[in-house]
Design a protein around this ligand. Structure first.
Ligand code: NZQ
Ligand code: ZN
Length: 393
């Protein structure tokens, strides 16, 4: 295994019906909170009112910042950060999906520094600021997908450059996460399956791009992807099944908590996907779904045995099920279609995806000094383009 340092500092309150544990989580954080929300779902479903009541019970005043977009924009985050500073809030509560939680991390930095959040996002060739401090964040995920509730990652879109880039810093790791799977009962199927594919990709991305077996992280990967597939299949038949939603929520956090530390391997699917959703503003999980089968094909000559074991276990709970990757990838693709994850470009609002632009945008944000991203072998413009041609033609 590679050496690693793992610092899991978020207090996690997990369980169906545990939303009210936010009352315990906020103790000692101060008397004034800003609640950050997206574009209305948490209002519509009553989660916001519940949260405000819980805070009132604890004598905490709150104000709401509403309007974080899916693929959160730097301008909106800057505006919210300035508001949080002006209102002198002591801490933030992120109530929503990954976009709201990621935005809150940016808001936490802007509120303290007054700087543009984009200064803190890592982009090739751009000087990246490190935050000196940030407001504390309590994260309440309403969608199982990103694991943002337990890590220091934040993915932000710059609407001027159409680039999507990452802040990664310990200062924005949420101090507490309230993970109540009941809050996910209202998630529409498209976002539910997009989130599931995101969890699958978080679990397998470094598995795909590593040639060497690593016992603990590899077994954990198998367990998570099998769990996610089972949960999605169960929810398809029985949308109210809370056992399956608990599995999805916990898998979402576990996939990003550092379980795969010790396994090297790049994140090329994510880096290419961020270029797609940066330009076309589509759901992150949908972008991953378009790329996943092509990435598996791309890696088969390098890593076929490991990939066969992985897909066999994910799809059939038996590491020897498939003899070849063609069958395995075709079964996976069919499953993605059946559950509603694989949707067409046109139905997703993209008439014509510009493959050259996406390839270049990937390198412009994530490329190293030589213009390569880190895959099973370094991937340059030509390799990314080859993969995209396979994915979209
Ligand atoms: O905006 P609202 O009205 O809240 O509606 C949201 C949004 O339309 C809706 N939704 C969320 N919870 C709901 C619900 N609707 C009904 N009931 C509920 N309980 O779902 C839609 C999508 O929400 P969003 O937060 O955008 O989805 P997700 O959680 O997939 O987050 C995606 C963002 O996270 C980034 C992605 O790039 C993307 O910007 N990522 C963040 C990561 C991290 N911080 O570690 C890692 C990921 O790889 C990812 O890149
Ligand atoms: Zn992701």
């Amino acid at each position: 295994m590679n050496s690693f340092k793992l610092d899991i500092s978020t207090k996690i309150y997990f369980g169906t019906g545990e939303f009210s544990r936010v009352k315990t989580a906020v103790k000692g954080l101060g008397k004034k909170a800003m609640i950050v929300i997206g574009q209305g779902s948490v209002k519509k479903h009553g989660y916001l009112d519940k949260l405000i009541n819980y805070l009132n019970d604890e004598g905490i005043n709150s104000e709401v910042f509403e309007g974080i977009e899916p693929n959160p924009r730097s301008k909106t985050i800057n505006k919210a950060g300035k508001q949080a500073n002006k209102s002198k809030v002591d801490f933030l509560i992120a109530l929503g999906g990954g976009s709201v939680m990621d935005a809150s991390k940016g808001i936490a930095i802007v509120a303290k520094s007054g700087n543009d959040v984009w200064d803190y996002c890592s982009v090739r060739g751009k000087k990246t600021k490190r935050p000196d401090s940030a407001l504390p964040i309590v994260a309440i995920p309403t969608l199982a997908a990103t694991g943002s509730e337990i890590n220091g990652g934040s993915v932000i879109t710059n609407p001027d450059t159409k680039q999507k880039a990452v802040i990664h810093n310990n200062k924005v790791v949420p101090v507490a996460a309230i993970i109540d799977p009941e809050l996910t009962l209202t998630v529409p199927n498209n976002y539910l399956v997009d989130g599931a594919v995101d969890i699958i990709c978080h679990s397998i991305e470094t598995y795909i791009s590593t040639k060497i077996d690593n016992t603990i992280p590899d077994f954990m990967t198998m367990s998570l992807v099998r769990t996610v597939k089972n949960a999605v299949d169960t929810i398809k038949e029985d949308s109210k099944n809370l056992r399956a939603r608990e599995d999805l929520c916990w898998a979402s956090s576990l996939a990003m908590i550092g379980l795969f530390s010790g396994r090297s391997g790049g994140w090329p699917i994510h880096e290419i996907e961020h270029a797609i959703s940066g330009i076309y503003d589509v759901s992150h999980g949908l972008g991953l779904t378009w790329l996943l089968p092509a990435m598996l094909r791309y890696n088969t000559p390098h890593n076929g045995d490991r990939l066969l074991r992985l897909l066999s276990f994910m799809m059939h709970e038996n590491t020897n099920h498939y003899d070849d990757m063609i069958d395995a990838i075709s079964d996976l693709t069919k499953w993605l279609e059946d559950v509603g994850a694989l949707r067409s470009l046109v139905n997703s609002g993209i008439e014509d995806l510009d493959i050259d632009a996406v390839s270049q945008a990937t390198i412009d944000v994530y490329g190293n000094a030589d213009g390569y991203i880190h895959g099973i072998e370094p991937m340059g413009f030509k390799n990314i383009k080859e993969l995209l041609v396979d994915a979209f033609n």
